[in-house]
Design a protein around this ligand. Structure first.
Ligand code: MG
Length: 252
C-alpha cells in the first residue's frame, strides 16, 4: 500500500465516520457545515432582461407573432385576432387552450381590458385563465368596477377574493405571475391526496398567497374535486374583447 492509498483510505474513513457521527450529533455539537449540502448543484438559468421577459428555460406560449401553441376549445385552430404583438378574444369563437398539457408551473401572462368601457360588474372586460383547464384565475376590468369580491380580477373565481385590487386603468397592460402547484390524486381510486395551491402576483402585488384550491371552478354550486392529470392553460371567451401578450411558462 503506497502513501496515496493510505491517504485515500484515511479520507474515506474520515468521511464515513463523520456521516455516522452526524446521525448521533447532539444539537450543541453541530458545526455549520453539518447542515450544508453542495450536491446536486442548482441549475443555472439566464433571467430575461426584465422580470417580464422569458428566462432561458421558459416555454414561450405567445411571443407576439402567432397562436401556433394554441387551439380552439371547440377543436381546430385558435380563431382569436393577432395584431401588434398581442391577441384579442374574438367573441363567440370560444376559448383557446394550449396544445401542450402542464403539471405544476410558473406562468407569466399580460392582459389588457377593452379600451371601450361597456357594461359593469361581471360584464366588463371578463375573461379568465384556467389552470389545467379547471381552476380559474379571474380576468376582469376591476378598475373602478365593483362586483362580488370573489369574482373580481385576481380572484380564484368564486373561491378567494384577491388580497388587494392592484388594477391599472383599462388602457394599460396588467401582468399576472402565477405559481401553481397541481393537486395530487390517488392513482387507483382517484381520491384527493393533496389539493392544488395558487399564488398570484398582479402588477407586482401579491393577491393570492398559496391559496388552497377547494376544487374545480363552478359558476353555480360548490367546487368539487375530480381526479385528473396534466392539463392545458385555457383562456376564456366571455364575450369581451380582452387582449393578451407575452405569455411564457416554466414547469416546476
Ligand atoms: Mg372569467
Amino acid at each position: 500500500m503506497n502513501t496515496k492509498h493510505i491517504l485515500a483510505s484515511l479520507a474515506l474513513l474520515f468521511v464515513s465516520s463523520s456521516l455516522i457521527a452526524q446521525q448521533y450529533l447532539k444539537e450543541e455539537d453541530y458545526k455549520p457545515e453539518d447542515t450544508e449540502f453542495w450536491e446536486p448543484e442548482v441549475e443555472k438559468v439566464d433571467p430575461g432582461e426584465s422580470n417580464a421577459s422569458p428566462p432561458s428555460d421558459a416555454v414561450v406560449l405567445f411571443g407576439g407573432d402567432d397562436l401556433s401553441k394554441w387551439e380552439s376549445v371547440k377543436g381546430g385552430d385558435a380563431q382569436w385576432d393577432v395584431q401588434g404583438g398581442h391577441f384579442t378574444v374574438k367573441p363567440g369563437t370560444g376559448g383557446i387552450k394550449t396544445k401542450d398539457d402542464f403539471g405544476s408551473f410558473q406562468l407569466h401572462i399580460e392582459w389588457r381590458s377593452p379600451q371601450e368601457i361597456v357594461s359593469e360588474s361581471q360584464g366588463r372586460g371578463n375573461s379568465g385563465i384556467f389552470l389545467q383547464g379547471l381552476y380559474e384565475v379571474q380576468v376582469l376590468d376591476s378598475y373602478d368596477n365593483r362586483t362580488y369580491a370573489n369574482g373580481q380580477a385576481g380572484s380564484i373565481y368564486k373561491q378567494y377574493p384577491p388580497l388587494a385590487n392592484a388594477m391599472r386603468p383599462p388602457s394599460d397592460w396588467e401582468t399576472y405571475d402565477i405559481i401553481y402547484t397541481a393537486p395530487e390524486f390517488d392513482e387507483k381510486n382517484g381520491a384527493l391526496i393533496e389539493p392544488g395551491y395558487v399564488t398570484v402576483i398582479h402588477n407586482g402585488v401579491v393577491v393570492q398567497n398559496h391559496s388552497k384550491l377547494q376544487g374545480t371552478t363552478q359558476y353555480i354550486g360548490t367546487p368539487k374535486w375530480v381526479a385528473h392529470g396534466d392539463g392545458p392553460i385555457i383562456l376564456q371567451d366571455h364575450s369581451n374583447p380582452v387582449s393578451f401578450r407575452n405569455i411564457w411558462i416554466r414547469e416546476l
